[in-house]
Design a binder for this molecule. Sequence first.
Ligand SMILES: C[S@@+](CC[C@H](N)C(=O)[O-])C[C@H]1O[C@@H](n2cnc3c(N)ncnc32)[C@H](O)[C@@H]1O
Length: 224
Amino acid sequence: MVDYDPHASGYDAHSAQMPVDDVQWYVSLAQTAAEPIVELAVGTGRVAIPIARETGKRVIGIDSSAAMLAIARERIDDLPVELRQGDMLDLELEEPVDLIICPARSLMHLRTWADKRRLFERVAAALRPGGRFAWNVFAMSPAFSAENERKGEIRNVPSDNRIDILWENGVVPLWWLTRAEQEGLVEVVGLEVEALYGGFFREPYDEAAVEMVWLARKPALPAA
Ligand SMILES: C[S@@+](CC[C@H](N)C(=O)[O-])C[C@H]1O[C@@H](n2cnc3c(N)ncnc32)[C@H](O)[C@@H]1O
């Protein structure tokens, strides 16, 4: 498991460089879903807190890092956000839900196929029929990696299918996820790809895309 505790105090500064449109994208998905919304790898609440504030819906946020969750806890005020410390690979909910999200490329913290498959299996089991799983990851390419390595922001480790983000308190590894791998993960657990966009404004996923924005759906039960 990637340890985020050393990065918690600096996370806001790093996440400020992310395209903030992702927050609005996830809020818009939450607007049409029944509560509770579940965020995997909730971190400091960057996405969960605006969802709760803008929709009034209950959010369950799961994260393995005590330090990231401590920051989130300070920010919640009286918003209906429930934080749970744990491994997202152990996802298990009391009741199936309508929407599970995993923003900010957090799925890229999973290294092995077994972990990725387990995560998707847990998500599929935790969704209601018709429920959705939404996530985003970098659309990796050798050019993207080379450019960011030149800037000194990452170290490229192609032999492990990985980039290491170089933050001041240590390295954060991200393992590439290909399009076919994600389509396979969706299929093998019985979900269906609803959409793959190249950005948070539903841009097409094409050669220009630097982000893969995914929506998958659990098939609805056939009408009785
Ligand atoms: C890039 S941050 C994303 C935080 C938040 N979702 C956001 O959008 O700002 C990645 C988070 O994933 C968490 N994480 C990594 N592996 C995890 C795992 N196996 N289970 C739960 N959380 C995990 C880290 O602790 C960290 O808070």
